[in-house]
Ligand binder design. Structure first.
Ligand SMILES: [Zn+2]
Length: 397
């Protein structure tokens, strides 16, 4: 099906239009004077940009700015017109796919989840089933094709410049797959495909007021280990390889052999599956065989550490200590202004608290206030796909 209907109706946006939209999506109480100041433009230039966006219905005037001591004419607040178009956010997991229909700012109107396992289908069958599920959702909601801005697909594996998935250990496909091209044959909407970590990083630039931070480091700790950087407001993508990776950071010289050929890589010690394996080996009773059980134990440890098998605590503390060392070293190399930690393990209070304690005990001058968990973590899967679409079409150059 070749009819990228949504795309053709978007007006041609300048860099300043995009920047203005991005400021409005990340901070909702900015006066026009603040907007002009942050954009380094004159109030007259801002008036022109605003008039364009109002005419195109991308923004609307809404309510009154809250300025209690102001006398005279009330100021009208400028906000994103979240209903401008709809977005379909698709999150591909190893055994299931989540599909959500949202507005421009990620508010969900309808969603569904389907079981879909890449190994059980040919790639064409997989895309047909996915396309069918997307069409069912939009038909149920009676959404016409031009109302859809795009479909944002996020995948837990990087995408190369040709739009092909790259093989990584935790990926969905071990062969290169042209997800965008294949899915656009099944549905009448433009498709945007992103590596899930990059899409979530874009969400931070769109939805959070992080404009004052030029250099932000992201560290992900779950069943895989990744790091990535925003430098000067852009995602850093090294020219000679697909991405930064924490997985092969050596933490134990001459330690366990790794698939990369080295020994003692971080990936061999502290991924969630490595931690689960170590816990199983330490105890004759199998209390923990899945990430869900690991999360339950960590939640219990946060409340009642005395109720936890001391062997488990030792395994977790060793992992925390290794991660804290890596964070210290990576911080020394990149000197980021802000560090955002993500992923299943950092989401656990017990883990996050102990990493913070380890960082401060290793380096009393560590700027710990800059080491934060993402405030978007609970919406990650949906807003990542939304950000894939809106960053390409509206908010980013
Ligand atoms: Zn390795």
């Amino acid at each position: 099906m070749k009819n990228a209907a949504g795309l053709h109706t978007i007006p041609r946006l300048s860099t300043n239009h995009r920047l203005l939209l991005r400021l409005l999506s990340s901070q909702d109480d900015l006066s026009r004077r603040d907007l002009a100041k942050q954009m380094l433009i004159t109030p007259a230039a801002l008036t022109h940009l605003t008039a364009d966006l109002l005419r195109w219905k991308l923004v609307k005037e809404h309510g009154v700015l809250n300025e209690p001591h102001r006398v005279g004419r009330k100021k009208i607040r400028l906000t994103i017109n979240a209903q401008y178009k709809l977005i379909i956010s698709v999150t591909i997991h190893s055994k299931r796919v989540q599909i959500a229909l949202t507005n421009l700012l990620g508010r969900v109107t309808a969603q569904r989840e389907i079981a879909l396992i890449a190994q059980q289908h040919s790639i064409n069958e997989y895309m047909q089933q996915l396309g069918h599920a997307i069409m069912q959702l939009t038909e149920q909601q009676r959404i016409s094709a031009p109302k859809i801005l795009g479909v944002g697909v996020t995948i837990p594996q990087p995408i190369d410049e040709q739009g092909l998935t790259m093989a990584v250990l935790h990926g969905i496909w071990s062969v290169p797959v042209a997800v965008k091209d294949l899915l656009e044959r099944e549905i009448p909407y433009p498709v945007y495909v992103d590596y899930d970590l990059y899409a979530f990083m874009k969400a931070h630039l769109i939805f959070l007021p992080l404009q004052q931070y030029q250099d932000i480091l992201f560290i992900e700790w779950s069943d895989h280990l990744e790091a990535s950087l925003i430098i000067g407001g852009k995602i850093y993508q090294p020219a000679h390889r697909d991405r930064l990776s924490l997985a092969h950071y050596v933490v134990e010289p001459s330690g366990r052999p790794c698939s990369c050929g080295r020994r003692g890589c971080l990936e061999q010690y502290i991924t969630s599956s490595q931690i689960i394996q170590a816990m199983q080996a330490s105890s004759s009773e199998i209390e923990c065989a899945s990430s869900t059980q690991l999360v339950a134990l960590l939640e219990r440890a946060d409340q009642y550490p005395e109720a936890i098998d001391p062997h488990y605590l030792d395994i977790w503390k060793d992992a925390v200590y290794k991660m804290a060392h890596v964070v210290l070293n990576v911080t020394s190399i990149f000197q980021p202004q802000y560090i955002i930690c993500l992923g299943l393990l950092f989401e656990q209070n017990w883990i996050y608290r102990h990493v913070v304690e380890a960082l401060v005990s290793e380096d009393p001058n560590y700027p710990i206030q800059l080491f934060q968990r993402s405030s978007l973590r609970y919406q990650r899967s949906i807003i990542s796909g939304v950000s894939s679409v809106t960053s390409a079409t509206l908010f980013m150059a």
